[in-house]
Design a protein around this ligand. Structure first.
Ligand code: FES
Length: 122
């Protein structure tokens, strides 16, 4: 948001203890390397880098992007370091993160075939 003076109303603070060398995190989004500012969420970092499609819905495949930026809407789900369904607005970006857009429903964990018999059957 730009004020009437032409200056931004909000200016990101540098990450605590950040030096010019540590002010940028090198991450990957869908195998594309990006250099993003540290001290913000994964969602904010990806948006600042120009990423606008974070996931696709399981039903229609329509593209989605962060909406609330406070953990309420779940529109920002991505896979971070191999863990699916992470709310990218609630995770601080770290150097070396590997992030992937989440396409449709996440994969389910493998079914254990050797589960013990229960009173209700398997
Ligand atoms: S943007 Fe709404 S939960 Fe992340």
């Amino acid at each position: 948001m730009i004020s009437q003076t032409g200056y931004p109303l909000f200016k990101p603070l540098p990450a605590e203890g950040a030096t010019p060398e540590t002010a940028l995190a090198r991450i990957w989004f869908n195998d594309q390397p990006l250099a993003v500012p540290t001290g913000r969420s994964v969602a904010a970092a990806l948006l600042a880098a120009g990423v606008s499609r974070f996931r696709a819905t399981p039903v229609s495949g329509s593209p989605r992007a962060p909406y609330c930026m406070m953990g309420a809407c779940f529109e920002c789900l991505v896979e971070i370091d191999g863990v699916p369904s992470r709310q990218s607005c609630m995770v601080e970006v770290k150097d070396g993160m590997r992030i992937r857009s989440q396409e449709g429903a996440r994969d389910l964990p493998p079914v254990k075939a050797d589960l013990p018999e229960t009173v209700h059957g398997r």
